[in-house]
Design a protein around this ligand. Structure first.
Ligand code: ADP
Length: 306
């Protein structure tokens, strides 16, 4: 009888510009590792990382709590979390723990859930970090590749990302507020102009077409958001400079990764990725902010650690 299972789940970038709350892409920059072990009773969290250990406030804890109730599981469960993804930087850190927990729970109790159900259970965990359920990061982290989230009812489409797609992600060394996602959701306008929504809809549709046609230029040129990015960019010191520098160095499209403060530049395997990375770093340095730039590829989803 299997009593323990370990899953690795990748970091992810949400939105990709115009696809707010709808698009996600799994990236191989960082991974979280979650081990679920059956115990006598209760739910406990074991971690050396600086994240909440009360299951109610931890994204993996909330997933396990909800799935345990839903499937009337009597066993207790220990959740061991090893964070590889820095929390609070828009790299889908809270989502990866939730994704790994949902996939591990499914395997440990042989539930054989379909993809939409796994994403739905994982998305519930985001309540612990963002205050609301949202599926863009968890869908990417569970399934890998590029994902499109349709809600009511939840239906997630996964498209394999072009293998020559590359991203440079600049993670600024800023102190992020505890409830950053909640805060950055608060600055988004409640109403938008029809003309702006048309621009975003057109770019979002073109991004989907770009992934389907494996057209990196179409993807990059369509990473343009006239609604959320303008409202949030003031929260990232040096954003316009980082963006302009990356585009000048050859990136095809640049935007905020998820709720930020990381900035993501889309490019190709054949681009000068080092030049783009250095240009982004310089952009942050112009406002005396240090940053770590990671060059990454699309990732597969949450899988057994073996
Ligand atoms: P990210 O984009 O990195 O997920 P968020 O701001 O959305 O950033 O989430 C980070 C917040 O979620 C932090 O306040 C962190 O304490 C909380 N959190 C709860 N559970 C986890 C977890 N398992 N992993 C990472 N962060 C978690």
């Amino acid at each position: 009888m299997v009593s323990s299972i370990t899953i690795n789940a990748p970091s992810s970038t949400a939105n990709l510009g115009p696809g707010f709350d709808v698009f996600g892409l799994a990236v191989d920059a960082f991974y979280d590792t979650v081990t679920l072990t059956k115990t006598k009773n209760g739910i406990s969290i074991v971690t050396d990382d600086n994240i909440p250990t009360n299951p109610q406030n931890n994204t993996a804890g909330l997933v396990v709590k909800n799935m345990k109730n839903k499937f009337k599981i009597k066993d207790g469960i220990e959740i061991k979390i090893k964070k590889g993804i820095p929390a609070g930087y828009g790299m889908g850190s809270s989502a990866a723990s939730a994704a790994a927990a949902a996939v591990a729970f499914d395997k440990l109790f042989k539930l054989k859930l379909d993809n939409n159900s796994l994403v739905e259970f994982a998305g519930y965990g985001e309540k612990a970090s963002a205050g609301t359920v949202h599926y863009d990061n968890v869908a990417a982290s569970v399934l890998g590749g590029f994902v499109i989230v349709k809600t009511n009812p939840l239906n997630v489409t996964k498209i394999d990302a072009p293998t020559n797609l590359r991203m440079c992600i600049a993670v600024p060394k800023l102190v992020v507020p505890k409830k950053k996602t909640k805060v950055s959701r608060g600055v988004i306008p409640k109403n938008v102009k029809l003309t702006d929504s048309i621009v975003n809809l057109s770019n979002a549709s073109a991004i989907v077409a770009g992934f389907l046609k494996k057209d990196l230029d179409l993807i990059g040129n369509s990473i343009k958001d006239v609604i959320v990015e303008p409202a949030r960019q003031h929260m990232i010191p040096g954003f316009s400079k980082v963006k302009a520098n990356a585009l000048k160095a050859g990136a095809t499209g640049v935007t905020i990764s998820g709720a930020g403060p990381s900035v993501i530049a889309f490019s190709k395997k054949s681009s000068n990725l080092k030049k783009i990375s250095q240009a982004m770093s310089k952009g942050f340095t112009s406002t005396k902010t240090e940053s770590q730039v990671v060059i990454c590829k699309p990732s597969k989803g949450a899988v057994d650690s073996k």
